[in-house]
Write a protein of this length. Sequence first.
Length: 135
Amino acid sequence: MNYEQILYKLAKKASKKNDIPVSAIIVKNNKIIAKAYNKKNIKQNPLYHAEILCLIKAYEKLKRWNLNDCDMYVSLEPCNMCKELISESRINKVYYILKKGKITNKYDKTIYEQLYDNKKESFQQLINDCFNKLR
């Protein structure tokens, strides 16, 4: 069975459970190490996208978050949230079947505004110290 067939089978599972029919697979050395489908509606949790669930399974299987030796296959081009997490996970390459169309979200009313606080330098120092230790 090829990856597209597996993605379709997983997407059908999501659809049968009245969820958005999106699925994801992570492959390392031509072997599937994780697979998942959307459970956002099933679990009533906006984080339960197929890509995120698949990444979590891969982290657990490999016992690490850095997946730079893995590729991901997805039935639909990932949303911005998933793209950011995929990038953070260092996935080598993402292949998708359907291109995501331009979606206007009438519910997106969130406003982002930077706080200006006298402790800004303290927060910056914490971040700098952390990354300096890691490098």
